[in-house]
Design a protein around this ligand. Structure first.
Ligand code: GTP
Ligand code: MG
Length: 198
């Protein structure tokens, strides 16, 4: 086992095989995490019961293979998020952009992630989901309500960037297959550049 791991590490180092990256899909309950993961995995739109137990699927985007973990978003499930942080290569935080009443709660969670030292160099993709529904916030409003302006890598409204970690907000509809593909390609390109845990 030791020899096999050693040989595998050498092959990865020289680029002969790709490392499987750990990706967390997190966010408040009902945001669309499980719907997203099953949609990316096999293209099907599935109604899931609320996620009580973490589950994962293997996804390949470009040259990157992810083991993507859906950790559930209700209060008790959120307690395990941080136990995954030390080994993670990327974080997808999904927000229901129509659930305006719960945006302060989403803001508290994403702020906690973006200011957590353990994942300070980990790329964070924020998906503003459910844009197919009426009454959703647009990108600029979501940036304001989530308080993420200073964390975004791209030049949104300000030059004030307090962090060099890759972070972006992509508006999406899992149901209508909009946005998240670009988001995952963004993530794959940043994980390749980052090489955390390699
Ligand atoms: N209109 C619309 N509904 C969506 C979209 N994505 C997910 N949903 C719906 O949102 C509801 C919750 O989706 P889930 O994927 O179960 O949510 P979750 O984030 O896994 O929730 P927990 O497991 O409780 O943490 C379901 O009824 C989905 O069909 C979307 O892009 N648009
Ligand atoms: Mg779920």
């Amino acid at each position: 086992m030791f020899l096999f791991d050693w040989f595998r590490t050498i092959l990865q180092y020289f680029g002969f095989i790709n490392k499987k990256c750990k990706l967390l899909i997190i966010g408040l309950d009902n945001a669309g995490k499980s719907t997203l993961l099953s949609k990316i995995k096999d293209g099907r739109l599935v109604q899931h019961p609320p996620t009580n137990q973490p589950w994962s699927e293997e996804l390949t985007v470009g040259k990157v293979t992810f083991q993507a973990y859906d950790l559930g978003g209700h209060a008790s499930a959120r307690r395990v998020w941080r136990t995954y942080f030390p080994a993670v290569d990327g974080i997808v935080f999904i927000v229901d952009g129509c659930d305006i009443e719960r945006l302060p709660e989403a803001r508290a969670e994403i702020t906690g992630i973006l200011t957590d030292e353990i994942v300070s160099d980990v790329p964070v993709l924020i998906l503003g989901n459910k844009i197919d529904k009426r009454g959703c916030y647009g990108k600029e409003q979501l940036i304001q309500e989530l308080g993420i302006n200073m964390h975004l890598s791209e030049n949104v409204n300000t030059e004030d960037k307090s962090s060099t970690r890759p972070c972006t907000l992509v508006m999406s509809s899992v149901v209508q297959q909009i946005g998240y593909g670009d988001g995952f390609r963004w993530m794959a390109s940043h994980i390749q550049d980052n090489g955390r845990n390699n």
